[in-house]
Design a protein around this ligand. Structure first.
Ligand code: UD1
Length: 314
């Protein structure tokens, strides 16, 4: 079995590659603009291309030569804030690359492809106040990132209806776990918090900048659960042309995250209180009924996920 993971050196892609490498031949296309090769240190059986997904000729040759069984399209400018600063570049990567791959697939005469899985985001829901967010809730993309994710999603699903290309899309909520780069200002809040704790443990006095009152909530899902969800959605026969939330169904505030980690590490973090971040969503939580109908069971709570993550950091 051959599997292509675009963005395979990034946070989610590298964890997916690690999980699938025992059962398949893994091919990764990543230009290392955000990902890191060292994220793949535990992955055997991988063919790595340092290449952009926007290189049409390269992608065409690769897809035609390898005729993949599964494609996970994870390459993206992975940050809402980054997309606000660089809308045009974001559009190229987050939208055009999807269309390039879909067009190559459409024109292939003999496809082995069983599923093309597109990674979308809970950002497409914007700040809709009705919770939990269901796949058919209001869509209010508020940033270039969210607009491109939603447009890509629509293309991906429409290619299933129009051209019979086996596609599906997932909307990630707040994913956390190993390999999320904490040094990027656009990184997820949990990796930033853990990085600050680590620095403090090493005697470096740093402060965590908390935007707003800390009562804002998110649906934090541990990476291992996300990888399981991705594989379930990929192999299921009832996901063609459909979108699935990938979350836990539980809400946790940033204040609670700080309390849980302080308890584990027996240490308080210095907090610098800042103005609420522009465009920040107040509350977010997923309805995961559709995913559960496919057989998904969430294995980690926020506590066990954080514990596992901390153990891997040591
Ligand atoms: C996240 C995702 C985004 C996704 C969106 C879907 C990340 C990095 N971003 O954005 O890709 O599309 O969910 O809804 O995973 N915070 C602080 N201090 C910090 C950093 C963050 O207080 O140093 C706060 C933020 O203001 C926010 C919360 O923590 O209220 C979560 O922030 P973040 O991890 O960046 O995630 P989202 O904004 O939810």
């Amino acid at each position: 079995m051959k599997i292509l993971i675009t963005g395979g050196a990034g946070f989610i892609g590298s964890n997916l590659a690690e999980k699938l490498s025992s059962q398949a031949e893994i091919f990764i296309v990543d230009d290392l603009s955000m990902g890191k090769k060292e994220n793949l240190r535990n992955v055997d059986n991988v063919v790595f291309y340092e290449e952009s997904v926007l290189n049409k000729d390269f992608m065409k040759r690769l897809l035609n030569r390898e005729n993949f069984d599964y494609i996970f399209h994870l390459a993206a400018v992975a940050s809402v804030a980054d997309s606000v600063k660089r809308p045009q570049e974001t559009h190229e990567v987050n939208f055009m690359s999807t269309l390039i791959i879909l067009e190559i697939l459409r024109k292939m005469s003999n496809r082995n492809l069983k599923k093309f899985v597109f990674s979308s985001s809970a950002a497409v829901y914007g700040d809709d106040k009705i919770l939990p967010k269901k796949e058919n809730s209001n869509i209010q993309p508020l940033s270039p990132y969210a607009i491109d994710k939603f447009a890509s999603e629509k293309y991906v699903l429409t290619y299933n209806n129009l051209y019979d290309i086996p596609t599906t899309a997932v909307r990630f909520f707040n994913v956390f776990g190993p390999n999320q780069n904490p040094t990027s200002p656009y990184s997820g809040v949990i990796s930033i918090i853990l990085d600050k704790f680590k620095k403090n443990l090493n005697g470096e006095m740093t402060k965590f900048s908390l935007f707003g009152d800390g009562k804002q909530t998110r649906d934090f899902i541990y990476i291992d659960d996300v990888i399981n969800a991705l594989w379930i959605v990929a192999i299921s026969d009832s996901t063609f042309g459909k979108t699935f939330n990938v979350g836990t169904g539980n809400e946790t505030s940033i204040n609670d995250i700080l309390i849980i980690i302080s308890k584990f590490l027996k240490m308080e973090l210095n907090i610098e209180r800042m103005e609420e971040r522009d465009g920040d969503i107040r509350n977010s939580v997923a309805d995961i009924n559709e995913l559960e109908k496919l057989g998904f069971v969430c294995s980690y709570t926020i506590e066990t996920g954080l514990k596992n993550y901390l153990m891997k950091l040591k």
